[in-house]
Design a protein around this ligand. Structure first.
Ligand SMILES: NC(=O)c1ccc[n+]([C@@H]2O[C@H](COP(=O)([O-])OP(=O)(O)OC[C@H]3O[C@@H](n4cnc5c(N)ncnc54)[C@H](O)[C@@H]3O)[C@@H](O)[C@H]2O)c1
Ligand SMILES: O=C/C=C/C=C(\O)C(=O)O
Length: 496
Protein backbone atom coordinates (compact mmCIF):
# COMPACT_ATOMS: atom_id res chain seq x y z
CA UNK A 1 0.00 0.00 0.00
CA UNK A 2 1.45 3.40 -0.99
CA UNK A 3 0.99 6.36 1.29
CA UNK A 4 0.63 9.88 -0.07
CA UNK A 5 0.98 12.30 2.79
CA UNK A 6 0.09 15.45 0.92
CA UNK A 7 -1.37 16.40 -2.42
CA UNK A 8 -4.66 17.92 -3.42
CA UNK A 9 -7.38 15.41 -4.11
CA UNK A 10 -8.61 17.01 -7.30
CA UNK A 11 -5.37 17.78 -9.04
CA UNK A 12 -4.88 14.12 -9.72
CA UNK A 13 -7.25 11.97 -11.75
CA UNK A 14 -6.67 9.29 -9.17
CA UNK A 15 -8.42 9.33 -5.83
CA UNK A 16 -7.07 7.82 -2.63
CA UNK A 17 -8.47 6.34 0.53
CA UNK A 18 -8.07 8.63 3.55
CA UNK A 19 -6.87 6.63 6.56
CA UNK A 20 -5.33 7.82 9.81
CA UNK A 21 -4.92 11.35 8.44
CA UNK A 22 -3.11 10.23 5.27
CA UNK A 23 -4.15 9.80 1.67
CA UNK A 24 -3.45 6.18 0.87
CA UNK A 25 -3.44 4.40 -2.47
CA UNK A 26 -4.68 0.85 -2.66
CA UNK A 27 -3.02 -2.25 -4.09
CA UNK A 28 -3.76 -1.26 -7.68
CA UNK A 29 -7.27 -2.66 -7.86
CA UNK A 30 -9.41 0.27 -9.07
CA UNK A 31 -12.78 1.30 -10.46
CA UNK A 32 -13.63 4.11 -12.85
CA UNK A 33 -15.76 7.04 -11.75
CA UNK A 34 -17.81 8.21 -14.72
CA UNK A 35 -19.38 11.63 -15.30
CA UNK A 36 -23.05 10.79 -15.95
CA UNK A 37 -23.61 13.95 -18.00
CA UNK A 38 -21.03 12.94 -20.62
CA UNK A 39 -19.99 9.33 -20.02
CA UNK A 40 -16.38 10.57 -19.62
CA UNK A 41 -13.95 9.46 -16.94
CA UNK A 42 -13.82 11.72 -13.85
CA UNK A 43 -11.19 9.81 -11.91
CA UNK A 44 -9.87 6.38 -11.08
CA UNK A 45 -10.74 5.16 -7.60
CA UNK A 46 -8.99 2.53 -5.47
CA UNK A 47 -11.06 -0.41 -4.24
CA UNK A 48 -10.40 -1.31 -0.61
CA UNK A 49 -9.83 -4.97 0.14
CA UNK A 50 -10.44 -6.46 3.58
CA UNK A 51 -6.92 -5.44 4.67
CA UNK A 52 -7.42 -1.77 3.81
CA UNK A 53 -10.81 -1.76 5.55
CA UNK A 54 -9.21 -3.31 8.62
CA UNK A 55 -6.51 -0.65 8.57
CA UNK A 56 -9.15 2.11 8.45
CA UNK A 57 -11.16 0.62 11.31
CA UNK A 58 -7.98 0.22 13.37
CA UNK A 59 -7.02 3.85 12.67
CA UNK A 60 -10.48 4.91 13.86
CA UNK A 61 -10.09 2.74 16.99
CA UNK A 62 -6.71 4.21 17.80
CA UNK A 63 -8.13 7.71 17.39
CA UNK A 64 -10.68 6.89 20.09
CA UNK A 65 -7.77 6.74 22.52
CA UNK A 66 -6.48 10.13 21.32
CA UNK A 67 -7.53 13.72 21.97
CA UNK A 68 -10.88 13.69 20.14
CA UNK A 69 -12.82 11.80 22.76
CA UNK A 70 -11.21 13.66 25.64
CA UNK A 71 -11.94 17.12 24.23
CA UNK A 72 -14.79 19.07 25.73
CA UNK A 73 -17.96 19.30 23.66
CA UNK A 74 -17.10 22.99 23.16
CA UNK A 75 -13.71 22.18 21.67
CA UNK A 76 -15.15 19.57 19.30
CA UNK A 77 -17.98 21.91 18.31
CA UNK A 78 -15.51 24.64 17.52
CA UNK A 79 -13.48 22.32 15.25
CA UNK A 80 -16.68 21.20 13.49
CA UNK A 81 -17.54 24.84 12.80
CA UNK A 82 -14.10 25.14 11.18
CA UNK A 83 -15.00 22.15 9.00
CA UNK A 84 -18.18 24.00 7.93
CA UNK A 85 -16.09 27.11 7.19
CA UNK A 86 -13.60 25.00 5.25
CA UNK A 87 -16.37 23.61 3.02
CA UNK A 88 -17.64 27.12 2.35
CA UNK A 89 -14.12 28.42 1.67
CA UNK A 90 -13.69 25.73 -0.99
CA UNK A 91 -17.28 26.01 -2.13
CA UNK A 92 -16.57 26.08 -5.88
CA UNK A 93 -14.28 23.08 -5.65
CA UNK A 94 -16.95 21.07 -3.81
CA UNK A 95 -19.67 22.12 -6.25
CA UNK A 96 -17.50 21.15 -9.20
CA UNK A 97 -16.62 17.76 -7.71
CA UNK A 98 -20.25 16.99 -6.87
CA UNK A 99 -21.41 18.02 -10.34
CA UNK A 100 -18.76 15.92 -12.10
CA UNK A 101 -19.66 12.87 -10.01
CA UNK A 102 -23.46 13.19 -10.24
CA UNK A 103 -24.19 15.28 -13.36
CA UNK A 104 -26.66 17.35 -11.32
CA UNK A 105 -27.00 21.02 -12.29
CA UNK A 106 -24.37 23.20 -10.61
CA UNK A 107 -27.23 25.51 -9.59
CA UNK A 108 -28.72 22.65 -7.54
CA UNK A 109 -25.41 21.64 -5.95
CA UNK A 110 -24.69 25.26 -5.03
CA UNK A 111 -28.15 25.88 -3.56
CA UNK A 112 -28.74 22.58 -1.79
CA UNK A 113 -25.93 20.01 -1.56
CA UNK A 114 -22.91 22.06 -0.57
CA UNK A 115 -24.52 24.73 1.67
CA UNK A 116 -26.50 21.99 3.47
CA UNK A 117 -23.30 20.02 4.01
CA UNK A 118 -21.72 23.00 5.80
CA UNK A 119 -25.00 23.59 7.69
CA UNK A 120 -24.95 19.99 8.94
CA UNK A 121 -21.66 20.64 10.77
CA UNK A 122 -22.88 23.92 12.27
CA UNK A 123 -26.22 22.43 13.29
CA UNK A 124 -24.74 19.45 15.12
CA UNK A 125 -22.07 21.66 16.71
CA UNK A 126 -25.02 23.61 18.20
CA UNK A 127 -26.88 20.45 19.07
CA UNK A 128 -24.12 18.87 21.14
CA UNK A 129 -23.94 21.99 23.29
CA UNK A 130 -27.62 21.90 24.18
CA UNK A 131 -27.95 18.21 25.02
CA UNK A 132 -29.52 17.38 28.35
CA UNK A 133 -29.88 14.11 30.20
CA UNK A 134 -32.29 12.87 32.84
CA UNK A 135 -31.94 12.68 36.60
CA UNK A 136 -34.08 11.19 39.39
CA UNK A 137 -34.01 11.50 43.14
CA UNK A 138 -34.65 7.97 44.40
CA UNK A 139 -36.04 7.04 47.83
CA UNK A 140 -34.09 4.46 49.87
CA UNK A 141 -35.09 2.58 53.10
CA UNK A 142 -32.55 4.48 55.21
CA UNK A 143 -34.15 7.75 54.20
CA UNK A 144 -30.95 9.22 52.75
CA UNK A 145 -31.92 8.49 49.18
CA UNK A 146 -29.94 8.12 46.01
CA UNK A 147 -29.37 10.24 42.96
CA UNK A 148 -29.69 8.69 39.53
CA UNK A 149 -28.39 10.59 36.58
CA UNK A 150 -27.37 9.63 33.09
CA UNK A 151 -24.41 10.59 31.00
CA UNK A 152 -23.92 10.20 27.26
CA UNK A 153 -20.83 8.42 26.00
CA UNK A 154 -19.78 8.01 22.37
CA UNK A 155 -20.51 4.62 20.84
CA UNK A 156 -17.00 4.25 19.41
CA UNK A 157 -16.21 3.56 15.75
CA UNK A 158 -19.15 4.32 13.45
CA UNK A 159 -19.39 2.90 9.92
CA UNK A 160 -21.09 5.41 7.60
CA UNK A 161 -22.30 3.90 4.31
CA UNK A 162 -23.61 6.44 1.82
CA UNK A 163 -25.61 6.56 -1.45
CA UNK A 164 -24.92 8.59 -4.59
CA UNK A 165 -27.94 10.85 -4.91
CA UNK A 166 -26.94 13.63 -2.47
CA UNK A 167 -23.40 12.46 -1.75
CA UNK A 168 -21.89 15.11 0.54
CA UNK A 169 -25.21 16.21 2.04
CA UNK A 170 -26.10 12.70 3.22
CA UNK A 171 -22.55 11.89 4.32
CA UNK A 172 -22.28 15.02 6.48
CA UNK A 173 -25.80 14.42 7.83
CA UNK A 174 -24.28 11.38 9.56
CA UNK A 175 -20.62 12.30 10.03
CA UNK A 176 -21.35 15.66 11.71
CA UNK A 177 -23.42 14.29 14.63
CA UNK A 178 -21.20 11.20 14.96
CA UNK A 179 -18.12 13.39 15.37
CA UNK A 180 -19.91 15.96 17.54
CA UNK A 181 -20.64 13.17 20.02
CA UNK A 182 -16.96 12.13 20.17
CA UNK A 183 -17.07 9.05 17.93
CA UNK A 184 -14.66 8.31 15.11
CA UNK A 185 -15.92 7.28 11.66
CA UNK A 186 -15.03 5.15 8.67
CA UNK A 187 -17.00 6.35 5.66
CA UNK A 188 -17.75 4.28 2.57
CA UNK A 189 -19.06 6.68 -0.07
CA UNK A 190 -20.96 5.30 -3.03
CA UNK A 191 -18.73 3.94 -5.78
CA UNK A 192 -20.61 6.29 -8.13
CA UNK A 193 -19.71 9.46 -6.19
CA UNK A 194 -16.42 9.10 -4.33
CA UNK A 195 -14.86 12.55 -4.75
CA UNK A 196 -16.38 14.96 -2.23
CA UNK A 197 -15.94 12.49 0.66
CA UNK A 198 -12.23 12.39 -0.17
CA UNK A 199 -11.97 16.14 -0.56
CA UNK A 200 -13.57 16.49 2.87
CA UNK A 201 -10.51 14.68 4.26
CA UNK A 202 -8.40 17.70 3.33
CA UNK A 203 -10.89 20.04 5.01
CA UNK A 204 -10.86 17.89 8.16
CA UNK A 205 -7.07 18.14 8.31
CA UNK A 206 -7.11 21.89 7.75
CA UNK A 207 -9.72 22.29 10.50
CA UNK A 208 -7.63 20.37 13.04
CA UNK A 209 -9.62 17.13 13.23
CA UNK A 210 -7.04 14.67 14.64
CA UNK A 211 -5.77 11.85 12.39
CA UNK A 212 -7.97 8.74 12.38
CA UNK A 213 -11.14 10.54 13.45
CA UNK A 214 -12.45 10.79 9.87
CA UNK A 215 -11.48 7.97 7.49
CA UNK A 216 -12.69 7.23 3.97
CA UNK A 217 -12.43 3.93 2.14
CA UNK A 218 -13.61 3.38 -1.41
CA UNK A 219 -15.08 0.38 -3.15
CA UNK A 220 -18.25 -1.49 -3.96
CA UNK A 221 -20.91 -2.94 -1.65
CA UNK A 222 -21.36 -6.71 -1.58
CA UNK A 223 -18.17 -8.74 -1.16
CA UNK A 224 -16.24 -5.48 -1.21
CA UNK A 225 -15.50 -2.44 0.97
CA UNK A 226 -19.13 -1.91 2.09
CA UNK A 227 -19.61 -5.45 3.27
CA UNK A 228 -16.12 -5.74 4.84
CA UNK A 229 -16.77 -2.52 6.77
CA UNK A 230 -20.23 -3.40 8.05
CA UNK A 231 -19.11 -6.90 9.03
CA UNK A 232 -15.97 -5.66 10.79
CA UNK A 233 -16.21 -6.72 14.46
CA UNK A 234 -14.53 -3.55 15.74
CA UNK A 235 -17.25 -1.31 14.28
CA UNK A 236 -19.61 -0.30 17.10
CA UNK A 237 -22.53 1.13 15.11
CA UNK A 238 -23.63 1.41 11.50
CA UNK A 239 -25.50 4.25 9.86
CA UNK A 240 -26.71 3.67 6.33
CA UNK A 241 -28.70 5.49 3.67
CA UNK A 242 -29.62 3.63 0.52
CA UNK A 243 -31.87 0.96 -0.90
CA UNK A 244 -34.09 -1.17 1.29
CA UNK A 245 -32.54 -4.43 0.07
CA UNK A 246 -29.07 -3.15 1.03
CA UNK A 247 -30.51 -2.14 4.40
CA UNK A 248 -31.61 -5.74 4.91
CA UNK A 249 -28.07 -7.00 4.13
CA UNK A 250 -26.54 -4.44 6.49
CA UNK A 251 -28.96 -5.28 9.27
CA UNK A 252 -27.94 -8.93 8.96
CA UNK A 253 -24.28 -7.92 9.14
CA UNK A 254 -25.02 -5.80 12.21
CA UNK A 255 -26.76 -8.68 13.97
CA UNK A 256 -23.36 -10.37 14.30
CA UNK A 257 -21.97 -8.67 17.40
CA UNK A 258 -25.35 -7.04 18.17
CA UNK A 259 -24.45 -3.61 16.75
CA UNK A 260 -27.02 -0.81 16.50
CA UNK A 261 -28.12 0.38 13.05
CA UNK A 262 -29.74 3.51 11.74
CA UNK A 263 -31.29 2.84 8.34
CA UNK A 264 -32.65 5.50 5.96
CA UNK A 265 -34.06 3.49 3.06
CA UNK A 266 -36.22 3.65 -0.04
CA UNK A 267 -39.66 5.11 -0.63
CA UNK A 268 -42.59 5.28 -3.00
CA UNK A 269 -43.92 8.57 -1.78
CA UNK A 270 -47.40 9.92 -2.41
CA UNK A 271 -48.41 13.55 -2.93
CA UNK A 272 -52.07 14.22 -2.12
CA UNK A 273 -53.60 17.26 -3.83
CA UNK A 274 -57.05 18.40 -2.68
CA UNK A 275 -59.31 20.54 -4.87
CA UNK A 276 -59.13 23.39 -2.34
CA UNK A 277 -55.34 23.68 -2.59
CA UNK A 278 -53.50 26.76 -3.74
CA UNK A 279 -53.00 25.32 -7.22
CA UNK A 280 -49.95 27.40 -8.15
CA UNK A 281 -48.13 26.33 -5.01
CA UNK A 282 -49.19 22.72 -5.42
CA UNK A 283 -48.01 22.55 -9.03
CA UNK A 284 -44.70 24.20 -8.15
CA UNK A 285 -44.14 21.90 -5.15
CA UNK A 286 -45.10 18.67 -6.89
CA UNK A 287 -42.97 19.62 -9.91
CA UNK A 288 -39.97 19.86 -7.62
CA UNK A 289 -40.84 16.72 -5.69
CA UNK A 290 -41.14 14.66 -8.89
CA UNK A 291 -38.29 16.04 -10.99
CA UNK A 292 -35.66 17.56 -8.66
CA UNK A 293 -32.29 15.86 -8.99
CA UNK A 294 -33.75 13.95 -11.95
CA UNK A 295 -36.16 12.22 -9.56
CA UNK A 296 -33.30 10.75 -7.53
CA UNK A 297 -34.38 11.98 -4.10
CA UNK A 298 -35.58 9.44 -1.57
CA UNK A 299 -38.26 11.91 -0.45
CA UNK A 300 -39.43 12.50 -4.02
CA UNK A 301 -42.93 11.80 -5.28
CA UNK A 302 -43.68 8.93 -7.66
CA UNK A 303 -47.44 8.68 -6.89
CA UNK A 304 -49.60 11.77 -7.19
CA UNK A 305 -53.27 11.67 -6.11
CA UNK A 306 -55.42 14.60 -7.23
CA UNK A 307 -59.04 15.26 -6.20
CA UNK A 308 -61.25 14.75 -9.24
CA UNK A 309 -62.58 18.33 -9.79
CA UNK A 310 -59.05 19.61 -10.52
CA UNK A 311 -57.57 16.41 -11.96
CA UNK A 312 -57.45 17.38 -15.65
CA UNK A 313 -56.19 20.86 -14.88
CA UNK A 314 -53.48 19.54 -12.54
CA UNK A 315 -52.29 16.91 -15.04
CA UNK A 316 -52.02 19.55 -17.78
CA UNK A 317 -50.11 21.96 -15.54
CA UNK A 318 -47.67 19.33 -14.21
CA UNK A 319 -47.07 18.14 -17.77
CA UNK A 320 -46.29 21.63 -18.96
CA UNK A 321 -43.94 22.20 -15.99
CA UNK A 322 -42.21 18.88 -16.79
CA UNK A 323 -41.95 19.75 -20.48
CA UNK A 324 -40.28 23.07 -19.60
CA UNK A 325 -37.35 21.35 -17.86
CA UNK A 326 -34.10 21.84 -19.71
CA UNK A 327 -31.51 19.07 -19.89
CA UNK A 328 -27.88 19.51 -20.90
CA UNK A 329 -24.65 20.98 -19.57
CA UNK A 330 -24.85 20.91 -15.74
CA UNK A 331 -22.54 23.94 -15.58
CA UNK A 332 -24.92 26.00 -17.72
CA UNK A 333 -27.16 28.06 -15.40
CA UNK A 334 -30.19 27.50 -17.62
CA UNK A 335 -30.02 23.70 -17.19
CA UNK A 336 -32.71 22.53 -14.79
CA UNK A 337 -32.43 18.74 -14.99
CA UNK A 338 -29.35 16.54 -15.07
CA UNK A 339 -28.96 12.90 -16.08
CA UNK A 340 -29.51 9.72 -14.10
CA UNK A 341 -26.48 8.54 -12.17
CA UNK A 342 -25.34 5.72 -14.48
CA UNK A 343 -25.99 3.76 -17.62
CA UNK A 344 -27.29 0.83 -15.59
CA UNK A 345 -29.63 3.04 -13.57
CA UNK A 346 -30.97 4.50 -16.82
CA UNK A 347 -31.62 0.96 -18.08
CA UNK A 348 -33.51 0.22 -14.87
CA UNK A 349 -35.65 3.38 -15.09
CA UNK A 350 -36.30 2.78 -18.80
CA UNK A 351 -37.48 -0.73 -17.98
CA UNK A 352 -40.18 0.87 -15.78
CA UNK A 353 -41.05 3.25 -18.65
CA UNK A 354 -41.65 0.13 -20.82
CA UNK A 355 -43.48 -1.60 -18.01
CA UNK A 356 -45.87 1.34 -17.57
CA UNK A 357 -46.86 1.07 -21.22
CA UNK A 358 -47.25 -2.69 -20.92
CA UNK A 359 -49.46 -2.20 -17.85
CA UNK A 360 -51.71 0.09 -19.89
CA UNK A 361 -50.64 3.57 -18.81
CA UNK A 362 -51.50 6.66 -20.83
CA UNK A 363 -48.19 8.45 -21.38
CA UNK A 364 -48.90 12.14 -20.76
CA UNK A 365 -45.27 13.28 -21.03
CA UNK A 366 -41.94 11.76 -22.03
CA UNK A 367 -41.45 8.02 -21.80
CA UNK A 368 -38.03 7.73 -23.45
CA UNK A 369 -34.61 9.32 -23.82
CA UNK A 370 -33.95 12.81 -25.17
CA UNK A 371 -31.84 13.73 -28.20
CA UNK A 372 -29.14 15.97 -26.84
CA UNK A 373 -26.39 17.54 -28.83
CA UNK A 374 -22.64 16.87 -28.86
CA UNK A 375 -20.93 15.95 -25.56
CA UNK A 376 -24.16 15.35 -23.70
CA UNK A 377 -25.50 12.85 -26.25
CA UNK A 378 -23.40 10.22 -24.47
CA UNK A 379 -24.72 11.16 -21.01
CA UNK A 380 -27.37 9.16 -19.15
CA UNK A 381 -30.22 11.63 -19.65
CA UNK A 382 -33.84 10.50 -19.64
CA UNK A 383 -37.11 12.28 -20.32
CA UNK A 384 -39.29 13.58 -17.51
CA UNK A 385 -42.29 11.31 -17.64
CA UNK A 386 -45.90 11.38 -16.45
CA UNK A 387 -48.46 8.59 -16.64
CA UNK A 388 -52.13 8.27 -15.84
CA UNK A 389 -54.57 5.38 -16.01
CA UNK A 390 -52.69 2.66 -14.10
CA UNK A 391 -54.32 0.33 -11.58
CA UNK A 392 -53.21 0.77 -7.98
CA UNK A 393 -51.74 -2.74 -7.94
CA UNK A 394 -49.52 -2.23 -11.00
CA UNK A 395 -45.78 -2.75 -10.54
CA UNK A 396 -45.04 0.84 -11.59
CA UNK A 397 -47.18 2.08 -8.70
CA UNK A 398 -45.63 -0.24 -6.12
CA UNK A 399 -41.87 -0.32 -6.74
CA UNK A 400 -39.42 2.53 -6.20
CA UNK A 401 -38.19 3.68 -9.63
CA UNK A 402 -35.88 6.56 -8.56
CA UNK A 403 -36.26 8.50 -11.79
CA UNK A 404 -37.99 11.71 -12.99
CA UNK A 405 -41.43 10.20 -13.30
CA UNK A 406 -44.79 9.93 -11.60
CA UNK A 407 -48.23 8.48 -12.03
CA UNK A 408 -51.26 10.72 -11.37
CA UNK A 409 -54.53 9.18 -10.15
CA UNK A 410 -57.84 10.93 -9.46
CA UNK A 411 -59.58 10.46 -6.09
CA UNK A 412 -63.01 11.29 -4.68
CA UNK A 413 -62.81 10.73 -0.91
CA UNK A 414 -60.32 11.56 1.79
CA UNK A 415 -60.46 8.09 3.38
CA UNK A 416 -59.84 6.41 0.06
CA UNK A 417 -56.81 8.56 -0.74
CA UNK A 418 -55.30 7.95 2.68
CA UNK A 419 -55.74 4.20 2.15
CA UNK A 420 -54.14 4.44 -1.31
CA UNK A 421 -51.21 6.46 0.03
CA UNK A 422 -50.72 3.82 2.74
CA UNK A 423 -50.71 0.85 0.40
CA UNK A 424 -47.35 -0.73 -0.34
CA UNK A 425 -44.32 -1.57 1.75
CA UNK A 426 -42.75 1.89 2.10
CA UNK A 427 -43.48 4.80 4.44
CA UNK A 428 -40.90 7.52 4.02
CA UNK A 429 -42.54 10.87 3.17
CA UNK A 430 -45.68 12.50 1.85
CA UNK A 431 -46.84 15.96 0.83
CA UNK A 432 -50.40 17.17 1.33
CA UNK A 433 -51.80 20.15 -0.53
CA UNK A 434 -54.94 21.76 0.90
CA UNK A 435 -56.10 25.07 2.38
CA UNK A 436 -58.33 23.20 4.88
CA UNK A 437 -56.36 23.22 8.11
CA UNK A 438 -58.34 20.54 9.92
CA UNK A 439 -58.04 18.20 6.96
CA UNK A 440 -54.32 18.85 6.65
CA UNK A 441 -53.71 17.76 10.25
CA UNK A 442 -56.02 14.75 9.91
CA UNK A 443 -54.42 13.46 6.72
CA UNK A 444 -50.89 14.09 8.01
CA UNK A 445 -51.74 11.93 11.03
CA UNK A 446 -53.36 9.26 8.84
CA UNK A 447 -50.59 8.62 6.33
CA UNK A 448 -48.03 6.12 7.61
CA UNK A 449 -44.75 7.96 7.00
CA UNK A 450 -41.84 9.42 8.92
CA UNK A 451 -42.19 12.85 7.29
CA UNK A 452 -45.43 14.59 6.25
CA UNK A 453 -45.20 17.98 4.55
CA UNK A 454 -48.24 20.25 4.26
CA UNK A 455 -48.18 22.79 1.43
CA UNK A 456 -44.45 22.33 0.99
CA UNK A 457 -41.86 19.70 0.16
CA UNK A 458 -38.28 19.17 1.39
CA UNK A 459 -38.55 22.13 3.73
CA UNK A 460 -36.00 21.03 6.30
CA UNK A 461 -35.30 22.02 9.87
CA UNK A 462 -32.28 20.02 10.98
CA UNK A 463 -33.58 19.69 14.56
CA UNK A 464 -36.61 17.62 13.51
CA UNK A 465 -36.86 13.81 13.47
CA UNK A 466 -36.02 12.44 10.02
CA UNK A 467 -36.51 8.83 8.89
CA UNK A 468 -38.96 6.32 7.55
CA UNK A 469 -41.75 4.00 8.67
CA UNK A 470 -42.36 0.46 7.45
CA UNK A 471 -39.65 -0.67 5.02
CA UNK A 472 -38.36 2.89 4.60
CA UNK A 473 -36.10 2.57 7.60
CA UNK A 474 -35.39 2.16 11.26
CA UNK A 475 -34.72 4.96 13.69
CA UNK A 476 -34.71 8.71 13.34
CA UNK A 477 -31.82 11.08 12.76
CA UNK A 478 -31.85 14.87 13.08
CA UNK A 479 -31.44 17.06 16.17
CA UNK A 480 -31.45 15.21 19.45
CA UNK A 481 -32.46 11.99 17.63
CA UNK A 482 -29.05 11.86 15.95
CA UNK A 483 -27.40 12.40 19.30
CA UNK A 484 -29.39 9.45 20.65
CA UNK A 485 -28.08 7.16 17.94
CA UNK A 486 -24.47 8.33 18.12
CA UNK A 487 -24.19 8.06 21.92
CA UNK A 488 -24.99 5.49 24.52
CA UNK A 489 -26.73 6.48 27.73
CA UNK A 490 -25.06 5.37 30.91
CA UNK A 491 -26.97 5.63 34.16
CA UNK A 492 -25.02 6.53 37.29
CA UNK A 493 -26.68 5.73 40.61
CA UNK A 494 -25.15 7.49 43.64
CA UNK A 495 -26.21 6.45 47.13
CA UNK A 496 -26.37 9.56 49.27
N1 LIG B 1 -34.36 7.37 3.45
C1 LIG B 1 -33.43 8.21 3.08
O1 LIG B 1 -33.09 9.15 3.80
C2 LIG B 1 -32.72 8.04 1.76
C3 LIG B 1 -31.93 9.09 1.29
C4 LIG B 1 -31.28 8.95 0.06
C5 LIG B 1 -31.41 7.77 -0.67
N2 LIG B 1 -32.19 6.78 -0.20
C6 LIG B 1 -32.34 5.55 -1.00
O2 LIG B 1 -31.09 5.19 -1.58
C7 LIG B 1 -31.27 4.50 -2.80
C8 LIG B 1 -30.34 5.07 -3.85
O3 LIG B 1 -29.02 4.96 -3.43
P1 LIG B 1 -28.01 3.79 -3.86
O4 LIG B 1 -28.45 3.20 -5.15
O5 LIG B 1 -26.64 4.33 -3.72
O6 LIG B 1 -28.25 2.72 -2.72
P2 LIG B 1 -27.48 1.34 -2.52
O7 LIG B 1 -28.18 0.67 -1.40
O8 LIG B 1 -27.32 0.60 -3.79
O9 LIG B 1 -26.00 1.75 -2.10
C9 LIG B 1 -25.75 2.59 -1.00
C10 LIG B 1 -24.39 2.27 -0.42
O10 LIG B 1 -24.37 0.95 0.12
C11 LIG B 1 -23.24 0.23 -0.36
N3 LIG B 1 -23.60 -1.19 -0.36
C12 LIG B 1 -24.28 -1.88 -1.32
N4 LIG B 1 -24.44 -3.16 -0.95
C13 LIG B 1 -23.85 -3.30 0.27
C14 LIG B 1 -23.70 -4.38 1.18
N5 LIG B 1 -24.18 -5.60 0.93
N6 LIG B 1 -23.05 -4.16 2.35
C15 LIG B 1 -22.58 -2.92 2.65
N7 LIG B 1 -22.68 -1.87 1.81
C16 LIG B 1 -23.32 -2.04 0.65
C17 LIG B 1 -22.98 0.86 -1.71
O11 LIG B 1 -21.67 0.58 -2.15
C18 LIG B 1 -23.24 2.32 -1.44
O12 LIG B 1 -22.14 2.94 -0.82
C19 LIG B 1 -32.74 4.65 -3.11
O13 LIG B 1 -33.41 3.48 -2.77
C20 LIG B 1 -33.19 5.78 -2.18
O14 LIG B 1 -34.56 5.78 -1.86
C21 LIG B 1 -32.83 6.88 1.00
O1 LIG C 1 -32.54 11.54 -0.97
C1 LIG C 1 -32.83 11.70 0.19
C2 LIG C 1 -32.78 12.95 0.86
C3 LIG C 1 -32.49 12.97 2.17
C4 LIG C 1 -32.38 14.19 2.84
C5 LIG C 1 -31.89 14.29 4.09
O2 LIG C 1 -31.39 13.27 4.77
C6 LIG C 1 -31.88 15.55 4.78
O3 LIG C 1 -32.39 16.55 4.28
O4 LIG C 1 -31.34 15.56 5.89
Amino acid sequence: MTTITSGRVLTTRRLSHFIGGRFVEGDGHTLENINPATGELVNVVPVADAGVVDEAVKAARRALEGPWRRMSDHERASILRKVADGILRRFDEFVRAEVLDTGKPASLASHIDIPRSAANFNSFADQVLTLSTESFGTATPDGAGALNYSIRVPRGVIAVVCPWNLPLLLLTWKVAPALACGNTVVVKPSEETPTTATLLGEVMQEAGVPPGVYNVIHGLGPDSAGEYLTRHPEVNGITFTGETKTGVAIMKAAAEGVRPVSLELGGKNAAVVFADCNLDRAVEGVTRSVFANCGQVCLGTERVYVERPIFDQFVARLASAGAALKMGDPFDNTTTMGPLISKSHREKVLSYYQRAKAEGASVILGGGTPNLSSRFATGFFIEPTIWTGLREDSVVLREEIFGPCCHISPFDHEDAVVAAANSGPYGLATSIWTENLARAHRVAAGIEVGIAWVNCWFLRDLRTPFGGSKQSGIGREGGVHSMEFYTELRNVCVKL
